[in-house]
Every structure is written in structure tokens, then in C-alpha cells.
Design a protein around this ligand. Sequence first.
Ligand code: SF4
Ligand code: SF4
Length: 215
Amino acid sequence: MNSDAEQIPANSAMTQLERQVERGSFFTHTAIGQNRVRLSEVESFTYGLIDTLVSKGIVSSEEISEATQNVRAQMEDDELGIGVAIRVDPAIETEQKTVEVDCSQRMHICKAVCCKLDFALTSTEIESGKVKWDLGTPYFIRHEVDGLCTHINRETGGCTVYADRPAICRGYSCARDKRIWKDFEKMELNQDWIDEHFVEVRPRALKVLMDHSAK
Ligand code: SF4
Ligand code: SF4
């Protein structure tokens, strides 16, 4: 790396792009590696099984070939991607009411820690193109190297996509989230939990989910 690259600010568009390409490549290579291991295990098992069955005269090669084609056609109809998450929100809201939180009163303490929580986007949110997802963990909300959501204003703590923020952000309230507040009324953070779970890890492996059940 040359000295010019070291001078690029950590939050510049170029740095963000570089990080996303790095994370996207990591995801691709990990998925390819895992698939190769699994494929080789399945291949060994399958050939061993077929050889045994054919040698014992239990099935013929033609029968195996026909069955394989049928299964292949079925799998092409309903195959799902590996390692990709899409959120599906329940159609009916629970009866539990969301507790309103005055973030401006707490921001100096919480530093918007809730925007470090992870969550997958819905298909509608992905397709709208208003909210960025992480190429390293599709289709989870994107975070930057400081652990905060890409869309947070680092100076004010406000959401820069407020009008288009994901539904899970609209429904979330930290008031009953014991992971965030040890004592909500006294504004006492659960610093131990926060320190343990929001360590910057590259690649980020530990997911701490934004959860409506905490509202
Ligand atoms: S929801 Fe809670 S944790 Fe998030 S910014 Fe508001 S007060 Fe802070
Ligand atoms: S989209 Fe907005 S509200 Fe949701 S996590 Fe990101 S900054 Fe926070």
C-alpha cells in the first residue's frame, strides 16, 4: 500500500467501496470454499453408494440415471441460495405496544448503539434501493468499520434515510431491550453486554439482531 492510500479518510466513498468489495469477495470465497468441501463429501458418499448398489444387483445404472434426472429437475424448481437472508415481517402486529423513546435525551449516553444491531432487509426494502445492504452478508443492513449502520449521521446520530428506514427500525424501541439498558429509567447502559458484542471484527462473524420482541 502506498502512502497516498493511507491518507484517504476512513469514511470516504472510496474506503467504503473498498471495504464492501473486500467483504463481498470474502463472502464469495467462503461460500465457494464451503460448497467445495460439501460437494466433495457428497460426491464420495454418492459414488460409493451407487457402486455398492450396482455391484449387488439391487439397481441398474439406467435406473440410477433416470432417478438422478428426476431429482435434478425438482431441485431446479425450488433451489434456494446459500448464506443469504431476507426478512419477512409478520402480517399482524403483536398487541404489545412500542414504548416511545426520546432519543435526543439519551443520545449522549447511548451513542445510537441500537444502530449497531444487525437485521436482514425485506425483499421490498432491497428492491427499493433506498437502503444499502452488506455485500459480505447479503441481505443484511450495511455497517461501517465503526460498527454503526452506514445510514447514520456520525455527528448527530440521526438516520439519513429516516423516511425510507426499514420497517424493523420503525418498530424497534430500546426501552425494553435489556441488552442495551441495564436500567432504562436511570439511563444506565448495559455496558458489559455492549462491550462484549459490539467489538469490531473483520470479517464480522457475530450477529446481534435487532428484535421487535424487545420493544
Ligand atoms: S432507540 Fe435507544 S439506543 Fe437507539 S438512539 Fe434512541 S435512545 Fe439510543
Ligand atoms: S437505517 Fe437508520 S434507523 Fe435503521 S439502523 Fe440504520 S441508521 Fe439506524
